[in-house]
Design a protein around this ligand. Structure first.
Ligand SMILES: CC(C)(COP(=O)(O)OP(=O)(O)OC[C@H]1O[C@@H](n2cnc3c(N)ncnc32)[C@H](O)[C@@H]1OP(=O)(O)O)[C@@H](O)C(=O)NCCC(=O)NCCS
Length: 278
């Protein structure tokens, strides 16, 4: 049986392996990698840097640093990576739960991060498995950085998520409780234009809904359209219009359905002092 351990990473040869892991996972150019000296100073200044070891081999890591958003202290989780040959074996999930444990020990109640809204597996991990919530849409967040584009020449749009690590529902998920996906009474704000297999387009975003819960479809595997940046761009634009609209009107992304078809679930929250802009 494999011996799996999660440990805090300290200055030494393992920090150099973090650069190799980034290269293997993201295939980024050197200029886009987080360097060893950055991890050194981060360890000294309140960051959480954890590695997962499988039979003594460093197979992945998670890295977050202290941050302040809207006057609230948080750990902002900037990198989560598992080597391709170790992916799909629960290591990513273990790293995130260990990050939560460490953040709680340090007195935090919030962990934040960003991810590309068109990456369905990550949406599933973040919203369904971990119980984080989508708070806002960040258009072209990293600017014109080719390695962070979902397809060549597109914007680096990101969703900003909040992981409220002290909340009961997150605590239940950490204990292995399975979250039921409630898809009842879901009004569809965006869906694929055709049920045919193949490179399908998004429908026109519907901005006039007022239901308590909305479904927003994305392709199950956007990388299938990799050679067709035009279609990826259509999905990116449709999502931007739609998510900016509803997130600014009190909706939050609260879950994700990963199946033959994939959907974000948005839920309307009552916001104090919030006025509908319509
Ligand atoms: C994202 C990443 C760290 C996940 O690590 P992993 O060890 O492969 O993932 P796990 O086996 O722990 O799975 C964790 C969750 O991810 C999602 N997931 C993983 N594989 C999936 C798949 N094939 N289909 C759908 N969801 C999937 C699920 O929510 C899963 O939770 P579950 O097992 O309870 O269903 C890893 O795939 C990776 O390094 N990807 C590239 C880097 C990256 O995208 N990082 C940013 C993440 S926000």
């Amino acid at each position: 049986m494999e011996n799996i351990k999660i440990e805090s990473l300290r200055p030494g040869p393992d920090l150099e392996k973090l650069v190799k892991i980034q290269k293997a996972v993201w295939k980024h150019k050197d200029i886009d990698l987080t360097p060893v000296h950055h991890f050194h100073i981060s360890i000294k200044t309140g960051s959480i840097l954890l590695g997962v070891y499988v039979d003594g081999i460093l197979a992945g890591f998670v890295y977050s640093f202290p941050a302040v958003f809207a006057s609230k202290w948080a750990q902002h989780s900037h990198l989560l990576a598992v080597l391709p040959e170790y992916q799909g074996r629960k290591l990513g999930k273990m790293l995130k739960w260990a990050q939560r444990d460490r953040a709680l020990e340090l007195g935090y109640d919030l962990v934040t991060w960003t991810f590309d809204p068109l990456q369905s597996r990550n949406a599933n991990l973040n919203l369904h498995t971990l119980g984080a919530e989508v708070k806002s849409y960040l258009p072209d967040f990293y600017g014109d950085t080719a390695s962070l584009q979902i397809a060549q020449g597109l914007r680096t749009d990101r969703l900003f998520v909040e992981w409220k690590i002290k909340e009961d529902r997150v605590a239940c998920l950490s204990g292995g409780e399975i979250k039921n996906r409630d898809t009842t009474e879901l009004a569809l704000a965006l869906e694929r234009s055709s049920l045919e297999d193949g490179p399908f387009h998004p429908s026109k975003p519907c901005l006039s809904l007022n239901a308590g819960r909305l479904g927003v479809e994305i392709p199950r595997d956007i990388f299938r359209f990799g050679s067709l940046p035009g279609i990826v761009g259509q999905w990116q634009n449709a999502l931007k219009i739609l998510l900016e609209h509803y997130l600014s009107r009190g909706y939050r992304g609260v879950d994700f359905v990963f199946g033959e078809r994939c959907f974000y679930i948005l839920e309307k929250r009552v916001m104090s002092g919030f006025k509908d802009k319509k």
